[in-house]
Design a protein. Structure first.
Length: 473
């Protein structure tokens, strides 16, 4: 009675499923009987009836999508247009345990993708013909992405189907590979089909590699005995990714800026790259780095090779202190120049006043004594050397006449003038004329004049003029 009741329940389920299938059938198909009982080492015979609704003679073949069943027909069933034909099919179990199974049978119109799917019930008995207690029977497969980015999780869909009446409260799913070691648990009621979504994640530092995922299912009978079902493994690739992620910390102080650049390899492969930092030409003059950079155009560049999960530190220091020191020295020099420079400036000029045919020249010499200091300068003595080739012309002096003239044994004569006082910003002009003793052709250079003056505390300072140039070019 127990066996008949169970078979009746499955028959009702089969009728309901057949009702849904009829609504979608491309051509009429029926299989009889709807259920059978055989021993596990026997084959079950069924009769299939196909009606050809097409205008041409068609051939139909039979197969099962479930690889644990051998479903075959001696030859394709050939049906004339508008006619109905019948053929026998054989169904044989492959490595199954006793129990009641729903077997998917597909009838295909040969040479097309048109398929009608039917189910038949088959109860398997032991070789002795006894109905034994059912043991877990699970059929499954899974879908896995071909490529896996370790920065994100991957959804794996596991398709499970309970092949008999057992209510499996515990079904363990074990995922194993070179990088995965995950366990999950679900349940399957009698003949239930279920899709289980598994969320697989890795460390982002997992290196790129080819890997194969294996999934095993473990179900348990009423005595706690486990049964293992291994699904077909699948291959996939762990993708490479990553870049240099610079973390820049800038510390600014008086005249100094320090950039600490931390280059982090955020990827899953060693990173060999070049890091660039743009600096202006002026900044580069006062910048140094550790490690040393190479200059590439307007950039500082560092070649780095950073292992996975590691980092490299680059310190870039821009220090304007040396510029301040240089500017300070220049300012001191300028200040010292203005403080310690001679307050007296002496300028000398020469101009030809008369040029005779015999080459004799009369030249006017002008000396300008200028006080560029901030204080009056007193007791100024001006000395000018007149070369031997010239003689002094009296009566041609300006407002200031010489105090004396002393002959020099080799160089000529030294003419002296005395100036008592020159106020700041004022000047005194000394003029006199000389005449050449011989004919002179070309240019004439007159030696510089000298001015001596008191600077206080009994000290004396000297200023010299330029060389006066005149003559004919």
């Amino acid at each position: 009675m127990r066996r008949l009741g169970m078979f009746g329940l499955f028959a009702v389920l089969l009728i309901i499923l057949a009702g849904f299938a009829i609504a979608e059938d491309a051509f009429p198909v029926s299989i009889s009987p709807g259920q059978q009982t055989i021993k596990i080492n026997e084959s079950a015979a069924f009769e299939i009836t196909v009606t050809n609704p097409y205008k041409a003679t068609e051939a139909f073949d039979v197969f099962s999508s479930d690889v644990v069943w051998d479903v075959y027909m001696n030859a394709p069933l050939v049906v004339a247009p508008g006619m109905t034909s019948t053929a026998n099919i054989q169904i044989r179990p492959i490595y199954l345990t006793p129990g009641v199974y729903s077997i998917p049978v597909s009838i295909r119109r040969s040479g097309t993708s048109e398929v009608v799917k039917k189910n038949v019930l088959l109860e398997l008995l032991s070789k002795e013909g006894l109905t034994l207690s059912y043991v877990p029977a699970i059929r499954g497969s899974f879908e896995l992405p071909e490529n896996f980015d370790p920065r994100t999780s991957a959804m794996v869909k596991v398709h499970l189907e309970n092949q008999n009446t057992l209510d499996l409260q515990k079904v363990d799913i074990k995922v194993r590979s070179a990088v995965f070691n995950n366990d999950y648990r679900t349940s399957l009621s009698s003949f239930e089909k279920r899709d289980v979504l598994l969320n697989l994640s890795l460390s982002p530092l997992t290196s790129p590699q080819s890997d194969s995922v294996k999934i095993s299912l473990f179900a348990y009978d009423s005595n706690g005995k486990s049964y293992q079902f291994d699904l077909l493994s699948q291959d996939y690739e762990i993708l490479p990714f990553g870049d240099l992620n610079p973390e820049i910390n800038v510390t600014s102080g008086l005249l100094k800026t320090v950039r600490v650049i931390k280059l982090v390899n955020t990827g899953n492969v060693p990173r060999e790259d070049t890091y660039h930092l743009q600096l202006g030409l002026f900044d580069r003059i006062f910048t140094k780095s550790d490690p040393d950079a190479r200059v590439k155009g307007r950039d500082y560049a560092w070649d780095v090779n950073i292992p996975v999960g590691e980092y490299e530190i680059i310190t870039v220091t821009t220090n304007y202190s040396s510029l301040v020191v240089v500017l300070g020295i220049l300012l001191l020099l300028v200040f010292g120049y203005y403080v310690f420079r001679s307050p007296i400036v002496l300028k000398k000029g020469a101009k030809i006043m008369t040029a005779k045919r015999d080459g004799m020249l009369e030249i006017k010499v002008t000396l300008v004594v200028i006080n560029r200091g901030r204080r009056p300068v007193t007791n100024i003595r001006v000395l000018d050397l007149m070369p031997n080739v010239f003689e002094y012309l009296k009566g041609h002096e300006g407002t200031l006449t010489p105090t004396n003239m002393t002959a020099h044994e080799h160089k000529g004569s030294v003419i002296r003038w005395g100036i008592g006082l020159i106020h700041p910003g004022e000047d005194t002009i000394i003029e006199y004329q000389i005449k050449s003793k011989y004919a002179i052709l070309g240019s004439i250079s007159l030696p510089p004049a000298t001015a001596k003056f008191d600077v206080g505390n009994g000290k004396e300072q000297t200023a010299k003029s330029n060389v006066a140039e005149t003559g004919f070019k």
